[in-house]
Design a protein around this ligand. Structure first.
Ligand SMILES: [Zn+2]
Length: 1148
């Protein structure tokens, strides 16, 4: 109808025609969709003609009319579609044209408001989408013109409102906001905000929004604070809140909160709000809002976040932010704090971000930039980092290649050979090898262990117990079953104290230990050799007694809505009623005095001075609530995440709240269903020795604490959870994740060695090197013994490819150790697949790359305060010995032509679900980075995908779609990248296991238990069989087992590739409801349109709704006639593009 030839020169007519047609025919959505892609169709020629016409001066009456028509058409066009149209118009200079039209109109006296008002309204709509509108306005010198226009029209609400909209959008640029502020815009706008009224509501709202926009500038914030606007805004908020009894103007209150939010981005603003009683006021109003609910509900979240933000920062009550543990480093002056403190995690700055959008862009850019795109560094093998001659020392780490297997002929016992090896290799730390090789039966063994090693007794300073009466026998105790858990809470290990009968023996005899691959006595003996900074002498019960893995059925915890709000409000009560807070230190690593105090009746008792333990301080804040502070990694002041401590003295069935108040990461899986783990000694003694996921009301959020010295402008996060204990006076242990200690590993390795048949399984434990603290770092060799000493068999053995597995470079990732435990046990098992794997490969396993970190309860680092998984490029032999020698050993394998077939480093992942692999691929990295290199000509063996593909079929927790094979520059010094690039291992991986659970496959919605982690370790080994299959024939016995590798894929309903399941920043989850920040564009549009089409000054919002469309005004612009139409459509959020009236087009 309107595709008349008159409009033929404007190509968008076709588009509009299409829209019209589809809409006219019943508005078929599909039809609309079909035309939408051509939305950008308004050809440059047509649009540019319109825009240039708009810029021309218009003095004649006819000019004005045609300008009005152009504005009309533009407005129609823009409100018809998505933002794409507006952005297209902006790209064609739309903002500049409108600014020019504005200036032309203003400079033509007398001012023609009939023309000016539509210009202002359109400018507000377009400018709102134009991030550079402020800059453009400054360039056109339109900023101060707008301000004086506002001043001249303060008497006319409609014009005032229009000016305020434009000023608001100009403030998109901070410099424009500052310029306006310097010219007294703050005063003018602030005075336009009245106390509660029912008149000119739209103007009031526009003034508040303009003020908020002006406060984008820190300069303006400071001015506003010094002028006392914070107090003024609080009074206004209170006034509107108290007098708006009909709840008609809740949006005004919310806009005031938004102003306060802006003004309190600077610390002066926050202190002013606190000083002016803002927290009390907001707390009270929030209580009303939560009580009355309804429309006031929307005020709660912004008010809570405002309180949270202004809550005065409180330094942690610590003598120093530095770790309690320091360790003098070799060859360095005793200045342990000279360690770089930036370890990847960046801290959020308190100060304001002027433009969040730009920051986001920067982040994305950083990510893209992080990908290695230099083809040379992707493909070239760098020179080895050390001379070849130094590699000779690693000959000893391949005992299987030099062993003569004489015992196969003589059928003699294995211990001889292992002693031989030790002597041959000159191992200095084979104390384990020696003590364990006694084959004199269990009786003698146990006596040997207890002679050289510890006794368990009640610990001095803890409550006395029947156990500390060391001489009484179980029989003498009479009622055996009455043994209380509390009697066990002290597990002193006094290695050199004689005279007590072995509590270990008594306990084990009495209660039995039924955990596979675990022996408490062996554990205690191993622990006696473990060297810690603090010189631990006490064992944690769970490590000693053992954990019995059961196939887990623990679902992820369900999170109550508004939980974070509840927690924050409880924190705010601390500020409002400090007298209610107990603030009693009940545990302090540095000052043991509170622990021995006898007034423990009303408090829990805490303890963490044992291997892997981490809890620095515990403060009772309320009767059943404790603030807990974690210890930083040794020689650093950061990396608080891992915790593991004992708690006792509890009452049953009482909810205790624990707040770990110095977490650092911005987000945590604790916000997504993950629970900490709990071990009850009482339960263990009743036959249920196990760690269980526990805790309710779990929430992770930013708090009001900061480092004690305030050196860094950083903030802390709280992990809060509530535990209801089952038994009175129990002794329980709480941990971030299932603990796995170094002593536990030592004991486990011995159990494994004992479990294998030495005639079939070649199992050798050696020490790779000693750690800084002097703990041996074990290296395990597992392969099949040859069936005979015939040359053929020995030759086959010596030609088996190597598989190198490592784990636990990051001490807090105990999940990696459980996965490794699964791998080790599987490889030592009698399973035919395991047998087949042993026959096919030589496994070289370093199950704990960072023993010192694990022992001392650190989260990320070694004792040097450095992340060992960033040292691989150039490991320092003195400071990172385990990495230096692992790499050296890999070089050695390389040098003798035995480059490993597979390398995998096991890790834990705190931000993602499932288990997945990171690998290395040149092609995928180049693709992902959008590099211009022609990847088609690159040759790359796709074999790096075989293992992940197999795992996706056989391992329920594994998610193929979460894997990636990108080489990032920031990861250039990790094991995976260095082993791939420098050693030339095609299949070099990092295996990441979640701390939480799975969101796909048969474990969907479940948290991982140790059973599932161990299963993952065993499945990883099984997946290696696919590599063997292609390499050589295998016997039919195994085929039945391997068939599962081919035929029965598991159901993996995987999620989208490469997408993290959590937003990058926690703020996006709950901290700010989206409405507290800038109102989305359509809100402003709606307001602008309403003002544009309003008849006059007396319209209240609701009146307008009733009367809309009736009062077409003769003298206003033709827009008025469509008031109802437009505002309806604004309200319906553009579900359908509004029709362009033919008349308006015909005027073209
Ligand atoms: Zn890690």
């Amino acid at each position: 109808m309107f595709s008349s030839s008159r409009c033929g020169n404007f190509t968008w007519n076709g588009t509009l025609k299409g829209l019209k047609t589809s809409y006219g025919c019943g508005g078929s959505g599909a039809a609309v969709e079909r035309y939408r892609p051509s939305m950008a169709a308004p050809s440059s020629s047509g649009l540019e003609v319109l825009l240039s016409t708009l810029q021309q001066r218009h003095q004649e009456a006819g000019d004005i009319e045609s300008t009005l028509n152009i504005l009309n058409v533009l407005d129609e066009l823009l409100s018809a579609g998505t933002d794409r149209r507006i952005h297209y118009m902006i790209s064609k200079g739309g903002s500049e044209s409108l600014l020019m039209a504005l200036l032309n109109t203003v400079h033509t006296l007398p001012t023609n408001y009939t023309l000016l008002l539509p210009i202002l309204h359109l400018l507000a709509k377009v400018g709102h989408r134009d991030r550079r509108i402020g800059v453009k306005a400054e360039k056109a010198e339109a900023v101060l013109v707008m301000l004086s226009l506002l001043r001249q029209n303060l008497k006319d609400p409609r014009r005032t409102t229009a000016c305020l909209y434009v000023i608001q959008v100009f403030c998109a640029s901070v410099s424009t906001a500052t310029l306006l502020g310097k010219n007294r815009a703050l005063d003018i706008v602030f005075r336009l905000i009245p106390t509660h009224t029912t008149k000119h509501i739209r103007t009031v709202k526009a003034a508040i929004d303009a003020l908020a926009a002006l406060l984008r500038s820190k300069v303006n914030c400071r001015a506003a604070v010094s002028k006392g606007y914070i107090s003024g805004l609080l009074k206004l908020f209170a006034d509107w809140h108290n007098n708006d009894t009909e709840r008609e103007y809740v949006h005004i209150q919310r806009a005031l909160l938004h102003c306060l939010d802006r003004a309190t981005r600077i610390s002066l603003g926050r202190s002013a709000l606190v000083a002016d009683g803002g927290i009390e006021l907001l707390y009270q109003t929030t209580q009303t809002c939560m009580f009355t609910r309804g429309s006031l509900e929307c005020l709660v979240e912004p008010a809570v976040q405002l309180m949270r933000k202004c809550y005065p920062k409180c330094p942690l009550s610590l003598s120093s932010d530095q770790s309690v543990y320091t360790f003098p480093l070799p060859g360095e002056p005793p200045n342990p704090w000279d360690v770089p403190t930036s370890q990847g995690d960046t801290f959020e700055d308190d100060s304001d971000d002027d433009n969040d959008d730009e920051n986001e862009d920067a982040d994305n850019k950083d990510y893209e930039d992080d990908l290695e795109t230099d083809l040379e560094s992707l493909r070239q093998r760098p020179q080895p980092d050390r001379p070849l001659e130094q590699l000779g020392q690693y000959v000893r780490l391949c005992p299987e290649l030099h062993h003569d297997f004489q015992e196969l002929d003589s059928c003699s016992e294995s211990e001889e050979s292992s002693d031989e090896d030790s002597l041959l290799n000159g191992d200095s730390d084979d104390r384990w090898t020696r003590s364990r090789t006694s084959k004199s039966g269990s009786r003698r063994r146990s006596s040997r262990i207890s002679r050289g090693s510890p006794h368990f007794t009640g610990c001095k300073g803890h409550t006395s117990s029947s156990l500390s009466n060391g001489h009484s026998t179980p029989e003498e105790d009479g009622e055996q079953q009455d043994m209380k858990a509390k009697d066990l809470h002290s597990h002193c290990l006094r290695s050199h104290e004689e005279g007590h009968s072995s509590m270990v023996d008594r306990l084990v005899e009495r209660f039995g230990a039924c955990i596979p691959h675990h022996d408490p006595r062996l554990y205690a003996a191993a622990a006696a050799h473990t060297r810690s900074i603090a010189g631990y002498s006490i064992l944690a019960f769970p490590d000693f007694w053992g954990h019995l893995p059961v196939k887990s059925t623990e679902r992820m915890a369900i999170r109550r809505p508004n939980l974070q709000r509840k927690m924050v409000l409880e924190d705010i009560q601390r500020f409002l009623c400090p007298e209610d807070i107990i603030n009693k230190v009940v545990f302090d690593m540095e000052d043991p005095s509170p622990q021995s105090a006898s007034d423990h009746k009303d408090s829990l008792r805490f303890f963490s001075n044992f291997e892997c333990g981490n809890l620095r301080k515990a403060v009772q804040v309320r009767r059943f609530e404790y603030d807990l502070i974690l210890n930083a990694d040794a020689n650093t002041s950061m990396h608080h995440q891992w915790f593991y401590f004992e708690v006792s003295g509890m009452m049953a069935n009482v909810p205790y709240r624990f707040n770990i108040i110095n977490c650092e990461k911005t987000n945590s899986q604790f916000n997504y269903g993950m629970q900490p783990v709990l071990y009850s000694v009482r339960e263990a003694l009743e036959g249920r020795p196990r760690w269980l996921r526990s805790g309710s009301e779990i929430c992770y959020y930013r708090n009001h604490f900061q480092p004690g010295r305030g050196e860094r402008s950083s903030c802390f996060y709280t992990l809060t959870f509530t535990v209801t204990f089952k038994h009175d006076e129990d002794v329980c242990y709480l941990a971030y994740h299932y603990p796995y200690t170094y002593s536990g590993l030592q004991a486990h390795l011995q159990m494994l060695q004992r479990s294998v048949d030495p005639r079939k399984v070649f199992f050798r434990q050696q020490s790779l090197c000693n750690t800084l603290a002097g703990n041996p770092c074990p290296l395990i060799t597992i392969t099949a013994c040859p069936t005979s000493r015939k040359w053929k068999n020995l030759h086959q053995l010596r030609n088996r490819p190597c598989v190198v597995l490592t784990a636990r470079v990051h001490p807090g990732e105990s999940n990696a150790s459980w996965v490794m435990k699964g791998s080790l046990e599987f490889l030592c098992s009698s399973d035919p697949v395991a047998q087949s794997l042993r026959e096919a490969f030589i496994f070289k396993i370093i199950p704990m790359l960072n023993p010192d970190g694990v022992i001392n309860g650190t989260h990320r680092c070694s004792l040097t305060g450095e992340d060992l998984n960033r040292q691989w490029k150039k490991p320092d032999p003195a400071l990172s010995p385990t990495i230096y020698h692992t790499k050296g050993f890999l070089y050695y394998l390389n040098s003798i032509g035995r480059t490993p077939l597979v390398f995998c480093d096991y890790h834990g992942h705190s931000r993602k679900k499932n288990v997945f692999l990171y690998g290395c691929s040149v092609k995928e990295t180049l693709w992902q980075s959008g590099s211009s290199v022609d990847t088609a000509t690159l040759k790359e063996d796709p074999g790096y995908r075989t293992i992940p593909k197999t795992l996706d079929r056989i391992a329920p927790a594994f998610s193929f779609n979460s894997c990636n094979y990108l080489v990032e520059k920031s990861r250039a010094s990790t094991a995976r990248v260095v082993v791939w690039r420098e050693i030339g291992v095609l299949r070099a991986y990092t295996m990441e296991s979640t701390y939480n659970g799975c969101d796909q496959g048969i474990y969907q919605g479940m948290q991982m238990g140790t059973w599932e982690l161990e299963e993952m370790g065993s499945k990883f080994c099984q997946s290696l069989l696919t590599l063997r299959k292609s390499a050589m024939l295998y016997d039919s016995k195994v085929i039945s087992h391997t068939s599962l590798l081919d035929d029965s894929p598991l159901d993996h309903k995987s999620h989208t590739c490469f997408v993290d399941d959590e937003p990058p920043c926690v703020e996006e989850i709950e901290y700010h409801s989206p409405k507290t920040s800038d109102p989305p564009g359509h809100d402003l549009d709606a307001e602008v349109s309403a003002n544009m089409y309003s008849t006059d000054d007396e319209d209240k919002d609701k009146d307008k709704e009733k009367d809309k469309g009736k009062d077409g005004d003769k003298q206003q612009s033709p827009h008025c006639r469509r008031t109802s139409h437009s505002s309806d459509l604004q309200k319906s959020h553009h579900h359908f593009p509004p029709l362009c009236r033919p008349e308006s087009l015909e005027t073209l």
